[in-house]
Design a protein around this ligand. Structure first.
Ligand SMILES: *[C@@H]1O[C@H](CO)[C@@H](O)[C@H](O)[C@H]1NC(C)=O
Ligand SMILES: *[C@@H]1O[C@H](CO)[C@@H](O)[C@H](O)[C@H]1NC(C)=O
Ligand SMILES: *[C@@H]1O[C@H](CO)[C@@H](O)[C@H](O)[C@H]1NC(C)=O
Ligand SMILES: *[C@@H]1O[C@H](CO)[C@@H](O)[C@H](O)[C@H]1NC(C)=O
Ligand SMILES: *[C@@H]1O[C@H](CO)[C@@H](O)[C@H](O)[C@H]1NC(C)=O
Ligand SMILES: *[C@@H]1O[C@H](CO)[C@@H](O)[C@H](O)[C@H]1NC(C)=O
Ligand SMILES: *[C@@H]1O[C@H](CO)[C@@H](O)[C@H](O)[C@H]1NC(C)=O
Ligand SMILES: *[C@@H]1O[C@H](CO)[C@@H](O)[C@H](O)[C@H]1NC(C)=O
Ligand SMILES: *[C@@H]1O[C@H](CO)[C@@H](O)[C@H](O)[C@H]1NC(C)=O
Ligand SMILES: *[C@@H]1O[C@H](CO)[C@@H](O)[C@H](O)[C@H]1NC(C)=O
Ligand SMILES: *[C@@H]1O[C@H](CO)[C@@H](O)[C@H](O)[C@H]1NC(C)=O
Ligand SMILES: *[C@@H]1O[C@H](CO)[C@@H](O)[C@H](O)[C@H]1NC(C)=O
Length: 593
């Protein structure tokens, strides 16, 4: 990003710009069209409900190692979604998450349900590096609350003994509760159901195998719906990649036998050239008029499946479900969808949380303020490593270095001191992100900077560190820019260059921007704009196109295992969306909005 570009952001102001985009877009669109994804960026495995008492839609999504975990988004119109809290917002609700090992372990798919005035969030804390048949790998849990709008009301985790994952809830007409879940394949196979006490997690019946799906791998993500005298069991199959699909079976009795829909799959983009791929892991709900809708996860990857840094996002579609008939789910899923008339906004949710598609700009971090709710840490943070407006640097955010760098010891470990890293999701195909750093590294190996981060073993980082100058015999340490990346595929070479002499005593703007849909660029320049910023490295999004999570952008500080204790101070945190690609990118801005 150039100094010119960031100056523009200062004068325009992100709030005004976003309000303009939001209302501008709504004003131009008929209300039977919408755009996917509805909740952009790393928001996989959506589960949504419509709450009749306040005529509001609520959605939960999975977060793996990210904390706070399990965001709850609310909407009146199904298109603008606000983050109103996180089901997992206190470390003591689930202390095990702090020790979570593995890039794709942690919180898997949630199911959000309401019964008799209580909201239940069922999910699985997955411990990695254990055999799938090791029961200690699968920790199924229930959180509950009576107020989705006050995240402090969410309960601690209640544990349910079940050696599987993706649990969801169903209540019969007598009010008895059941849990349906996917067995871990090494233990048993398919979708199983048992009666459970939702307050204690105690399993009250044997687990019954209801259905194994239509033959796709990994039958999972089950939900049960009772309609017109039928129990419908909807599941995902095929794995969460190109062959992902949603299938359904039904029975007159809750415990079966279930007969599959002859028209399965009922939702998929598999074997198409659509830009959105991996459609599946769906949930269904009705609006106030009784019209049906559904959500699923989708990946903006195209069938090439090479470049999808945003990971699995939340998409919407309309559904026809006539009495006694199988539901029909609108697909293929596309960036531009036509549907029933969307619910009209009956009440404004504004000021009740940030919009899911909004950028941000923190000119400063004022005393007594708190960090914004969408800021993401990798596992529950060591709070003492993040100091808002310290006495010697009022208005700045102090990051105290962790012993571990972003990679950690073996690429996956939590480390007792945590990893000092504060981030937000990449929510736009194209964006600019920059932060002003005041960081004067003094001790060998200490480092602070910004990162494009998917996991501890998939990220690129661009930092400032103190090193002796190359080709000198002097041991004097001089600030250097250093860029390093790690992935399952080859990464660009390290870049280690001295900070230009005239910049060394200055505050520096560190920036990350998308060059296009597939490539990112790291750069830096003096924050006072006394010199043009320099591009330091370019990195392809394919290095973070992997696994179950999605890109984060943020700032870190580490001693790299050394003796450094120098804090990094940041301000002017600015993430600005520059466009969403919703159909296959063709290299021109014509394909972007
Ligand atoms: C519903 O909740 C109310 C109030 O908490 C309680 O008195 C009642 O027994 C509950 N009904 C059922 C069917 O669980
Ligand atoms: C568990 O699975 C592993 C392979 O993943 C196998 O070697 C082991 O025998 C299994 N243990 C049991 C008790 O089934
Ligand atoms: C579970 O199954 C066993 C063996 O089939 C049976 O003895 C037991 O009564 C069952 N338990 C319940 C709660 O249904
Ligand atoms: C599911 O698969 C398992 C293992 O192959 C099999 O034993 C079971 O009968 C199947 N269940 C159903 C409902 O078809
Ligand atoms: C996609 O094609 C593969 C290979 O032909 C096939 O196995 C699979 O069933 C197809 N999936 C769908 C949902 O059509
Ligand atoms: C569908 O069923 C509901 C209740 O099950 C009933 O109220 C409604 O009239 C039915 N609609 C049609 C078109 O049959
Ligand atoms: C979705 O809505 C469109 C527009 O009204 C309609 O043509 C289509 O049949 C609907 N699809 C489903 C599966 O309900
Ligand atoms: C990051 O930390 C790991 C573990 O402490 C260490 O092996 C590695 O060398 C560090 N990376 C750099 C670039 O310092
Ligand atoms: C250091 O020396 C090597 C070999 O003489 C040379 O190729 C390289 O350009 C020098 N690097 C710097 C930063 O001067
Ligand atoms: C850290 O300090 C100890 C004790 O002064 C010293 O032995 C060690 O070499 C230092 N480590 C590094 C990486 O500088
Ligand atoms: C995106 O940018 C990279 C790096 O500049 C370039 O190699 C690539 O061809 C560009 N892709 C498109 C579609 O323009
Ligand atoms: C790219 O897509 C846009 C919008 O779909 C279109 O207007 C433009 O002509 C396309 N460009 C090329 C080179 O195909």
């Amino acid at each position: 990003m150039s100094c010119g570009a960031s100056t523009m952001a200062y004068t325009r102001g992100p709030v005004l710009a976003l309000a303009f985009m939001l209302w501008g877009a709504q004003g131009q669109q008929p209300n039977n069209r919408f755009q996917n994804p509805i909740i952009p960026g790393f928001h996989p495995d959506p589960s949504c409900i419509f709450c009749r008492s306040d005529e509001t839609f609520y959605c939960a999504s999975s977060t793996f190692n990210v904390f706070p975990g399990i965001p709850i988004h609310a909407s009146k119109d199904l298109t603008s979604w606000r983050l109103i809290g996180h089901a997992l917002n206190r470390e003591n609700q689930l202390p095990e998450l702090s020790g979570s090992i593995g890039s794709t372990s942690g919180i898997w798919a949630p199911a959000l349900r309401e019964h008799n005035g209580t909201f239940y969030l069922l999910t699985t804390m997955v411990h990695d590096k254990r055999a799938a048949n090791d029961s200690s790998r699968w920790d199924n849990i229930i959180f509950s609350t009576t107020d989705l709008w006050d995240e402090s009301k969410w309960s601690e985790a209640v544990h349910v003994p079940f050696e599987g994952y993706d649990i969801s809830a169903h209540w019969d007409d007598e009010g008895n509760a059941y849990i349906v879940g996917s067995y871990a394949w090494k233990v048993a196979y398919g979708i199983h159901l048992a009666e459970v006490d939702m307050k204690t997690g105690e399993v009250l019946s044997n687990w019954t195998n209801l259905w194994n799906g239509t033959g796709g791998i990994a039958p999972e993500g089950p939900h049960i719906f009772k309609k017109d005298g039928w129990y419908y069991l909807m599941i995902a199959e095929g794995g969460t990649g190109l062959l992902h699909m949603e299938t359904i079976a039904r029975s007159k009795a809750l415990f079966g036998p279930y007969e599959p829909n002859p028209s399965n799959p009922i939702l998929t983009n598999a074997n198409t050239t659509e830009y959105f791929q991996a459609i599946g892991h769906a949930d269904l709900f009705q609006d106030v008029r009784g019209q049906w809708w559904g959500v699923a996860l989708g990946v903006r990857a195209g069938p090439e499946w090479l470049n999808f840094p945003l990971g699995r996002e939340t998409v919407l579609y309309n559904v026809t479900w006539e009495n006694g008939s199988w539901p029909q789910l609108q697909h293929p899923i596309r960036g531009e969808m036509q549907s029933w008339t969307l619910p009209s906004i009956t009440e404004n949710l504004s000021d009740n949380g940030p919009l899911a598609n909004e950028g941000d700009f923190y000119r400063s971090f004022p005393p007594n303020s708190s960090l914004p709710p969408y800021f993401a840490f990798w596992r529950p943070p060591k709070k003492e490593n993040y100091v808002i407006s310290p006495a010697d640097m009022p208005g700045w955010l102090e990051l105290k270095p962790s012993h571990l760098n972003l990679t950690g010891l073996d690429g996956n470990s939590p480390g007792p001191g945590g990893i000092t890293f504060i981030s937000r999701r990449q929510t736009d195909t194209l964006f600019t992100y920059s932060v002003v750093f005041d960081f004067q590294p003094k001790v060998a190996e200490e480092e602070a900077g910004i990162s494009l981060f998917l996991s501890q073993n998939h990220h690129a980082r661009f930092g400032l560190t103190a090193l002796p100058l190359a080709n000198t015999t002097s041991s004097e340490l001089v600030p250097h820019f250093c860029f390093r990346a790690i992935s399952h595929i080859p990464v660009p070479a390290d870049v280690i260059v001295p900070v230009p002499e005239a910049w060394r005593s200055k505050r520096l703007t560190m920036s990350l921007r998308t060059i296009n849909e597939t490539h990112y660029e790291f750069g830096a320049g003096p924050a006072d704009c006394s010199a043009r910023p320099r591009s330091i490295a370019t990195v392809p999004g394919s290095i973070i196109s992997w696994g179950f999570t999605g890109a984060l952008v943020g700032a870190y500080a580490t001693s790299n295992g050394g003796n450094g204790t120098t804090s990094a101070y940041l301000t002017d945190w600015n993430y600005e969306g520059r466009g969403q690609v919703r159909e296959t990118w063709n290299g021109t801005l014509g394909g972007v909005d």
